[in-house]
Design a protein around this ligand. Structure first.
Ligand SMILES: [Ca+2]
Ligand SMILES: [Ca+2]
Ligand SMILES: [Ca+2]
Length: 568
């Protein structure tokens, strides 16, 4: 309903109105689900006084996954460039070991990597990426070229290069809904030496693999796929889901999207993280034949958060496939990503074989312990804070997260690995690679806080506001925030998860046009100067029920404004 002329006026007005302070480094608009937590200005920290966080490398470009070739020798995939970079003793080699052409819109790109050393000394490196349709990086964005596919390749690592590519899997990357989302991409080598590849539903595909009874047969999307390292079918005489491609390569189905999976070093069980739409981020035990329930069920089946009214009796069944509830659920999504078991005692015995998971919205690293049988999550007395509310294996309110938070401030986390040194490595989309290790083993001094004097002054002169958490029009305090033209408001996030300060309201076509903070991580600030009078409603993109308003008045203008004021 907005004319082009109005749009022009609005965007001009937006430029005129807003001065983003130096506290926020980017004016790029986030628009919702893909908003990512920035790096904490103080650097990441770990909530155990005996441990510390070291930065290993910097200046990677949107890194997505990593795999170790050896001690202090790491291959890292870059999402948008399609480059595989090599990080040796903390130095990023400027020459990539491989550079492939990728479609890179939204969640497309070079996504996954796994290394498998062979008995004969050969080193196989498996890569998953959304291959560009015309050999040019990003042509899906710049010239709407359809990608060739979501592809799994095997390379050989020889003399510092990746050579001899063999295409093992070729799945569609063309979305049904026009968006480049849910391409999954993680790769693991299982205890059986087979290759496990996670792929999402790729932009709204609706087949029987998404539990649509009347849908077309599965097309390879929306599950964990398993093949041999040569691209063969595992045990073709006894497939889990059924005979013939692609059914005979499914290991699990009914998965919306995932950015993390790992094998429990003690049991060999596969676990994954899965992303819910607006609710229901999950951790699952992925047994052979696991059906996670999407598109009929997300989160616990009894909660029916999708409001489809479906139960496990309504799901598609193949062979011995079986639905199972998640082992842990976040009612409010956190953008859950990587998952890794710490198969080491190097951080202390209490953390050995714990499960660690990351998120993209908050930059938090969460810790989980399992029960004795290791088939369920059991939060025990070694956690700080109140664990009573976690005994239902569900974070119903974000404040329940607190005991689970092992470390914070990484910026959105894309991968977690354990090095040959037994330390925990954490990769951030911001371009940095960190590791967590005992202070006594650390060779680098802790990083000092990086808050400039200018920022500090701005904060002190600002009108303070606090983000309290998800609570309707009590989510931001005070509400409304009443200021005069030219004043700056600084919001402090006092909650345990990230929130945004985004102009407009949910569903408003102009949401975020005037201002958009992107993710404000816990304990961080966001400042905005208002140079125009008016009422400015705002909300949180992640949690749209959170609403507030800034009322900007013109001081000493009683004459001109008196009529309006009196009429209220
Ligand atoms: Ca490239
Ligand atoms: Ca599920
Ligand atoms: Ca709970």
């Amino acid at each position: 309903m907005v004319s082009n002329r109005q749009k022009l006026l609005i965007s001009f007005f937006a430029m005129f109105l807003i001065t983003i302070s130096s506290i926020t480094s980017s004016i790029q608009l986030s628009y919702g689900a893909y908003a990512k937590a920035p790096l904490s200005p103080n650097g990441p920290t770990v909530n155990d006084d005996t441990l510390t966080v070291e930065k290993i490398a910097d200046d990677l470009e949107f890194p997505t996954s990593m795999a170790f070739l050896g001690p202090n020798d790491i291959l890292v995939t870059e999402k948008t460039t399609g480059k595989v970079m090599r990080v040796t003793n903390g130095i990023v080699n400027p020459n990539p070991v491989l550079d492939v052409p990728v479609a890179n819109g939204i969640e497309r790109g070079l996504l996954g990597i796994a290394v498998a050393k062979q008995p004969d000394g050969k080193i196989y490196v498996f890569l998953s990426y959304t291959e560009s349709g015309n050999g040019v990086d990003g042509s899906d964005v710049t010239s709407f070229v359809e990608p060739l596919g979501n592809r799994l390749y095997r390379y050989e690592f020889v003399d510092g290069r990746l050579i001899n590519p063999v295409l093992l899997l070729d799945l569609t990357a063309v979305p049904v809904n026009g968006r480049g989302e849910h391409n999954g991409g993680k790769i693991r080598i299982g205890p059986d030496n087979n290759v496990y590849y996670m792929v999402g539903e790729v932009g709204g595909h609706r087949t029987q693999a998404q539990n649509i009874l009347t849908g077309p047969p599965p097309n390879g999307l929306g599950g964990v796929l398993r093949i041999t390292q040569d691209g063969g079918i595992v045990d073709p005489a006894n497939p889990i889901f059924g005979k013939g491609l692609p059914l005979n390569i499914y290991y699990a189905m009914g998965i919306r999207n995932s950015f993390g999976m790992d094998f429990d070093p003690l049991t060999g069980n596969l676990w994954d993280t899965e992303n819910g739409p607006a609710a229901g981020d999950e951790i699952n035990l992925v047994f052979p034949g696991f059906n996670s329930g999407w598109y009929q069920i997300q989160g616990f089946v009894d909660d029916d958060i999708l409001e489809h009214g479906t139960t496990e009796n309504d799901l598609v069944v193949f062979g011995s496939s079986q639905y199972a509830d998640p082992k842990f659920v976040w009612d409010t999504t956190i953008g859950i990503t990587a998952l890794k078991f710490l198969n080491s005692h190097r951080l202390g015995d209490e953390y050995a074989n714990n499960m660690f998971v990351g998120d993209i919205n908050n930059g938090l690293l969460y810790r989980f312990t399992l029960n004795e049988e290791r088939d369920a999550i059991f939060i025990n007395s070694t956690y700080p804070g109140n664990i009573d509310l976690l005994q239902d294996n569900e974070v119903d309110d974000p404040k329940e997260n607190q005991p689970l938070i092992f470390a914070q401030g990484f910026g959105g986390i894309t991968d977690i690995e354990v090095g040959p040194d037994g330390y925990l490595y954490v990769l951030s989309y911001t371009g940095s690679l960190f590791r967590i290790l005992p202070i006594s083993d650390s060779i680098k001094p802790g990083s000092p806080p990086v808050v400039s004097a200018e920022e500090e002054t701005l904060r002190n002169q600002s009108v303070p506001a606090v983000i309290l958490g998800i609570d309707g029009d009590d989510s931001y305090s005070p509400n409304p925030i009443e200021i005069n033209v030219g004043q700056t408001v600084t919001w402090y996030n006092g909650d345990t998860i990230s929130h945004t300060v985004t102009s407009g309201a949910d569903g408003d076509p102009d949401e975020g046009t005037l201002f958009d903070s992107d993710a404000i991580i816990p304990s961080q600030y966001y400042s905005l100067t208002f140079n125009q009078a008016g009422d400015f409603p705002y909300y949180c993109i992640y949690h749209p029920t959170m609403v507030g308003e800034v009322v900007v008045d013109t001081p000493n203008s009683d004459d001109s404004d008196s009529d309006d004021s009196d009429s209220e």
